[in-house]
Write a protein that binds this ligand. Structure first.
Ligand code: IPM
Ligand code: MN
Length: 355
């Protein structure tokens, strides 16, 4: 049997708390399904950065590529590193270095009670956002001129390449086709950003022609934000640029019951991919057994499914839904369980479902 090798970076703050539970869930579910998974933990994060001045040692990305099938990450960010230098190196650096161009962020409501919209429920909120993850405003091109003077100029380049735009749009359509989704919505701001997003318009028109079986439509990003709240049921798959994808997936997290519920995968379809909850490191809740581990656990689900372990993924999902239905939830969701108790409840349900 093939052993899946997973590199684990718990990171900072509550990342450490929720990763522990996600790993326990992975071990439990693989015990039930008989899948073989080996996890190796790395202490990359603020502590190590502050002690050594190094965020990611040389050769780390090559090692990930060579020795692992996937990477699981908790969260990064620490008040002792106010400029987030280590977080940028480790999180954004890995997205770039491993060319994790498809940031897959499912927006799925698991229980009607978690929905912040009146009159909406599970059947209304079930779509997937594909955020371009290697270009746009995130490439770090630009500069500051006459810093600190009244004439200061700061530029931040928005980079959109033909190849980059085409592969994320293509990925979204392929995902729709492979997963029984009827429609792909592309969102940009081409009414104002006449160059970069003109490219998105043209490429989207081209790629959508290759998928005549999939409906396609377009919404400007401001209109999309409104429609996500007004009528989220219209969406199946959304594809958008890095910056807009960042923003709308926080909005999407709110639709699912909060940032603590949102999972994500940073995918390179031809290489090693990285999985992480959408939430941050929330330093003030770190180590207090109060963080919501569901986002991390659902990210583990995404990872196992990506690694071909569909049965394990389904068991995790059923167990999480079972917990929410039974009120076995953290305080954030109105329950009374701690991080560890939620993790244990998910594990117990997986064993019951499997046994
Ligand atoms: C996310 C985060 C990151 C991003 C930050 C921490 C740089 O908000 O993964 O959504 O903007 O991509
Ligand atoms: Mn974000």
């Amino acid at each position: 049997m093939q052993t899946r090798r997973i590199a684990v970076i718990p990171g900072d703050g509550i990342g450490i708390d929720v990763t522990k539970e996600a790993l326990a869930v992975i071990q439990t579910v693989c015990g039930v399904t008989g899948d073989a998974v080996r996890t190796t933990e790395f202490d990359f994060g603020a502590e190590r950065y502050l002690a050594s001045g190094v965020s990611l040692p040389d050769g780390t990305h090559d090692m990930f590529r060579r020795d692992f099938d996937a990477i699981f990450m908790g969260a990064l960010g620490d008040p002792r590193v106010p400029d987030m230098a280590h977080a940028r190196d480790i999180l954004l650096g890995t997205r770039f270095a491993l060319d994790l161009y498809a940031n897959q962020r499912p927006i799925r409501l698991l229980h009607d009670d978690l929905c912040p919209l009146t009159g909406r429920g599970r059947r209304d909120i079930d779509f997937v956002v594909f955020r371009e993850n290697t270009e746009g405003l995130y490439v770090g091109m630009g500069g500051i001129f006459k810093k600190g003077t009244a004439d200061e100029i700061a530029t931040q380049e928005d980079v959109n390449t033909r190849k980059g735009v085409e592969r994320i749009i293509e990925h979204a359509f392929r995902y729709a086709r492979d997963n029984g989704r009827a429609k792909v919505t592309m969102s940009d701001k081409s009414n104002a950003l006449r160059f970069g997003h003109d490219l998105w318009q043209r490429v989207f028109a081209e790629v959508s022609e290759r998928y005549p079986d999939i409906e396609s439509n377009h919404l400007y990003i401001d209109a999309l934000a409104l429609q996500m709240v007004k009528n989220p049921a219209q969406f199946d798959v959304i594809v958008t640029c890095n910056m807009f994808g960042d923003i709308i997936t926080d909005l999407g997290a709110a639709l699912q019951g909060g940032l603590g519920m949102a999972a994500s995968g940073n995918i390179n379809p031809d290489g090693v991919s990285m999985f992480e909850p959408v939430h941050g490191s929330a330093p003030k809740y770190a180590g207090k057994n109060i963080a919501n581990p569901f986002g991390a656990i659902l990210s583990a689900q995404l990872m196992l499914e990506h690694l071909g372990l569909a049965k394990a993924g389904l068991l995790i999902e059923k167990a999480v839904i079972g917990c929410i239905e039974a009120g076995e939830t953290p305080r954030e969701l109105g329950g009374s369980l701690g991080t560890r108790e939620v993790g244990a409840a998910v594990c117990r349900r997986i064993e019951e479902l499997g046994g």
